[in-house]
Each structure stands twice: as structure tokens, then as C-alpha cells.
Design a protein. Sequence first.
Length: 329
Amino acid sequence: MTLVLPPTPDSLRLAADLLRQGRLVAFPTETVYGLGAAAENPAAVRAMFAAKGRPADHPVIVHLSQASQLRDWAAEVPPPAERLAAAFWPGPLTLVLRRNKRASDLVTGGLETVGLRVPSHPVARELLQQFGGGIAAPSANRFGRVSPTTAEHVLSELDGPVDLILDGGPCTVGLESTIVDLSRGLPALLRPGCITAEQLVAVLGPLSIPEASVAPRVSGSLESHYAPQACVELIEPDRLAARATQLAAQNLKVAVLSRGESLAALPESVVVIALPNDDAELGHMLYAALRRVDELECNVALATLPIEQGIGAAVADRLRKAAGPRAVS
Ligand code: TXA
Ligand code: MG
């Protein structure tokens, strides 16, 4: 049975106790909801992988209550990591560092590095503080699906295997954390997010942005990820209406994710889901919109890409992945 509780002092104590007992607790962060397990409890981490249906060789992020715990998990903390932690923690940034022994193969997927993050969401912070240790937490969705930005999203996919969901309302950022690899050579941006490449460069200097294919095993770097059931098709703004009309004529149920493009004269069967034009707002709304496409049982969702600057780069990355070729399952 999955409990859903508001984050009161009692439910936060219960959540920390459950984690100590090796149980699974979903909790809000400022990015997306995480599916938490005690990072040093192998049985708990295994149960978390099983609940998600995630392959064992995919590493998970260890969440910490403060930057001073970095040394508990990382073999070394190079100066750029110190600078990023000072600039952006607590916040939506994950650092990949060389691991120390506390970071087991289960958590790192056998890699020699570990992903570490100090989130800023008050509920996440309180839970981390009460629990004391590291909480291993991937996004609280089934593997390959859209990350949850509300407690209802978590419940819709993980009712049963998760013991408690702390309902902290909708996540403010709505996109997963920015991931920077500082474990070798030039710092590398593994996953764009709300902390933008421009902000990272201002603190770090040069930053490499590797092609997904050469990046280490980042599940978010699979070609299709963060995807709804419906097919997602990316299209130029001026072709949106014509393509929607064409698909609707093939008896497909079509959703248009619209950021205010002119959409005169669409067939009646086409659903228009209005999205904000502001990039931060768009990031905040995107996953709820992709889930809405499935709730409405659409076959296809048409979307346009925002300009790839700032948070727009992260939104475009997630839309490309949602539209990417799918593995046959
Ligand atoms: O915002 C977020 O990052 C959320 C919240 C809950 O913290 N978490 C999240 O976790 O998105 P997940 O597991 O869905 O995505 C984390 C990504 C995965 O793609 C994983 O492969 C990558 O981080 N990752 C974790 N540790 C890594 C490592 N040592 N090296 C490279 N990539 C790593
Ligand atoms: Mg995920």
C-alpha cells in the first residue's frame, strides 16, 4: 500500500524512519519527484531499481543535505567542484565525481564515479537532514517514462512498490537537474537543465558538451527517454497546422503543444495544449503537458522547439528525447 501524505513534521519523521528500515519514499525536489532509498542499504537500492524497472547498470544520484558531505562519497573534490557547489547548492545541479568506497557498485552502476546533489526543496532538505545519510533517488517514474512533477504523477506509476509519497505540490523547475562531470579532464555537461551552460561557464570557464553517444551511461542520454506513450513529432512552427490537419485526416488523435503559434482552422478533433512561451515556465509545465497527451489518449503530439539558449536548451533536449526513436519492447 502506498501512503500519500502532506509534508508535516510527523510524516517527515515517518519518511526518515521508513528509509532507515530500507523502504522506499518518494519526495519532492525543486526539479522533479525522486524515488528515495537509503544509499548505503543494498536491499533498499535493489528494491528501488525493481520498482522503476530500471537496468542495474544505470547509476543513480545520491542526494545529500549539505555540501560538506561531498567527501563522504567522493574520492576527491577538485576545486571546480567546490566552486560549483558554492555557487549552485542547494539547487538543481548534480556533480559527477570520482567515487569513494561508500558509493557502492549498486549506486554507481559499476562506474568509478558517483553523481551527487544537494537539492533546495524544503521538503527534500528536511528529509535529508532527518535521515542524515545519502538518499539514492532517481526520478520517481517507470524507466524511460516522463519524470513526475506532482505526487499524483508518482502515484499513477508507482502505486504499490513505493511505501510513502510526500506530497509537496508541483515542482517549481519541472526538469531534471543539470549534470556536470568533473571526474576527468575538461568539465563536461552531461545533461542540460535549469542551471544553464552559460551559468556554468561563468563559474567554471571552458565546458565541453559531449555528444550523447560518447557520454557515460546516463539514462537520460538514451535516444528515447522522458517519453509519453504517444509519438512526439517535432515540427517547424509554420508547418504545425498543416501537419495536424494531415494527421487528423488519417484518423489519428492529434495534440498540438502550442506556444502561441498561429493555428487558424484546425480540425475539431485536434486537441490544443497551450504552453507558456517563457522558457522557465515552459520547463515547469512540459512534463505535465506530455502526461496530458496520454491522458487524452492522443496518438501523436506535435511540438516546436524553443530557441536553444538558457533553459530553452534543456527543454529542447527533453523534447528531442521524447521524440527520439524508441527501443522495440
Ligand atoms: O533532478 C534530478 O536529477 C532528479 C531528482 C530526483 O534529483 N533525479 C534524476 O535521476 O533525474 P535519474 O536517475 O532519473 O537521472 C539521473 C541521471 C541518470 O541519467 C544517470 O545515468 C545519471 O544521472 N548519473 C548518475 N550518476 C552518474 C555517474 N556517476 N556518471 C554519469 N551519469 C550519472
Ligand atoms: Mg529519470
